[in-house]
Write a protein that binds this ligand. Structure first.
Ligand SMILES: Nc1ncnc2c1ncn2[C@@H]1O[C@H](COP(=O)(O)OP(=O)(O)O)[C@@H](O)[C@H]1O
Ligand SMILES: [Mg+2]
Length: 429
């Protein structure tokens, strides 16, 4: 029986889908995490404690473990384990990405520098050091022009990403984004980029020996014009015309080459602006949250099964997505506060085409929309014959969901602050 080491950060949405994929492939799992992993225990899997933020020490631990208990692949289920997976796999002679390429994909400053050196189409950018004062920030950003987008170097899920349209807005955005980065324990370095207008797509792909196999292209049919960039709808296949899709794929492939990525999953965001595909971001991982659940390949294989098969070197089979259209709604968070509950699940599930509703945030937890928040509230999944029908189903389901949030900042048990309830679909056109 083949054996895979799954690197699972303690905060991730991706663990159960990878564990399920391993079960379906009949692959034995060892879980590497910062602490003994609850899911691993439930599944009776072996586990190994590794520091995912210290690739050298973590790779040492993996290599030592491998001597007693050899593995056939090391796979990171999420962004945070990717550098450790690359370094450990390199040392064990397993399929891997160059560690420096993966590290560059995790830091937007390094990503921009590599894409710039290879002349891959991307926004103009300036790096804003942690020490830069207001005058220096305005000076640096004025070279880009307005509007621009301020973002932290190392966060994800649109956390800390803010559009600014003039110098005063940049100064306040930088202060706010620095606060968000500090609160999340992230690097204090920021970037400012020119705002790229135009529709945005997400590309889900697999690199095999440096060749990019596109698995799906998702449209994001809600406008993403800022000031914050909350993710809502993803629908595949993309309704871009063929030249548009070709340009998106070519830009994604060029970006992976510029980074030096060679093997494994790729998730990219690309905007189509004036007929040109412009790379917003490339990550060496699968799509975030539970969004991957809308994808299925060949005879019913999941995205995670495809990724594990590739890492284990077993035949990939059919990579054609199952026929028809599919999509996901990341349920919008109506405001900051304590989640009281989400009503209307039954109504959402009764909408034709809706396949599931998963509320991932637990009642009592603190939530905030971006730019402050970095967690998902929940997901609605749909399948239908056309992308238009999927989009309509997701919007209709969103209108059924009522998210109840208690916005009072010092909310304690038993107190009853004003309750903010809003239909999740009310902003969805
Ligand atoms: N330069 C830009 N121009 C236009 N939109 C942008 C730009 N940078 C980011 N965005 C928007 O913000 C979203 C999140 O930014 P991104 O760089 O992908 O960070 P994250 O790692 O948080 O996903 C993007 O999907 C896009 O909609
Ligand atoms: Mg992104």
């Amino acid at each position: 029986m083949a054996r895979v080491l799954l690197l699972v950060p303690s905060a991730t949405y991706r663990a159960s889908d990878f564990l399920e994929a391993a079960r379906r492939l009949d692959v034995e799992v060892v879980v590497g995490s910062e602490e003994p992993h609850v899911l691993a225990e439930v599944m009776g899997a072996r586990s190994l404690v590794v520091d995912l933020d210290d690739p050298v020490a973590a790779a040492d631990a993996v290599v030592a473990h491998d001597r007693r208990y050899p593995v056939d692949a090391v796979v990171a289920v999420d962004d945070r384990g990717t550098v450790v997976a690359a370094e450990a796999s390199r040392r064990l002679g397993l399929t891997h990405n160059p560690p420096d390429a993966v590290a560059a994909a995790r830091d937007k400053r390094l990503l921009r520098r590599r894409l710039s050196a290879a002349e891959v189409p991307q926004p103009d950018f300036v790096e804003l050091p942690a020490t830069a004062g207001d005058d220096e920030v305005v000076d640096l950003v004025t070279r880009l022009g307005f509007p621009c987008v301020v973002k932290p170097a190392t966060l994800s899920a649109s956390q800390g990403v803010l559009r600014a349209d003039d110098p005063a807005a940049v100064v306040s955005a930088v202060a706010r984004v620095r606060g968000i980065a500090a609160g999340a324990g992230a690097d204090a370095g920021l970037l400012a980029e020119s705002f790229v207008d135009g529709p945005e797509v997400a590309v889900e792909a697999l690199l095999v020996g440096g060749r990019l196999e596109v698995l799906a292209i998702f449209d994001k049919p809600d406008p993403l014009d800022g000031p914050a960039f909350e993710e809502t709808l993803y629908v595949t296949p993309s309704r871009l015309d063929t030249p548009g899709r070709d340009a998106v794929v070519a830009a994604t492939a060029a970006a992976t080459r510029a980074l030096g990525l060679e093997e494994g999953p790729v998730h990219a965001e690309v905007r189509v602006s004036g007929g040109r595909a412009v790379v917003i971001e490339v990550a060496a991982r699968t799509i975030g949250g539970l969004c991957g659940r809308v994808l299925g390949f060949g005879p019913g294989r999941s995205l995670e099964e495809v990724v594990l098969s590739h890492a284990l070197g077993v035949p990939l089979g059919e990579l054609e997505r199952r026929p028809g259209a599919a999509g996901v709604l990341m349920v919008p968070i109506p405001g900051a506060g304590i989640l009281l509950g989400v009503d209307g699940r039954e109504g959402a599930l009764s909408v034709p085409g809706i396949q599931g509703v998963e509320i991932t945030a637990t009642a009592g937890s603190r939530l905030a929309p971006p730019p402050e928040g970095g967690r998902y509230l929940g997901f609605v999944f749909a399948a239908a014959s056309t992308p238009g029908a999927v989009e309509r189903a997701l919007r209709a389901a969103g209108r059924h969901l009522v998210v109840r949030i208690d916005p009072s900042p010092a909310s304690t048990e038993g107190s009853s602050g004003p309750v903010r309830a809003r239909r999740a679909g009310s902003d969805c056109r």
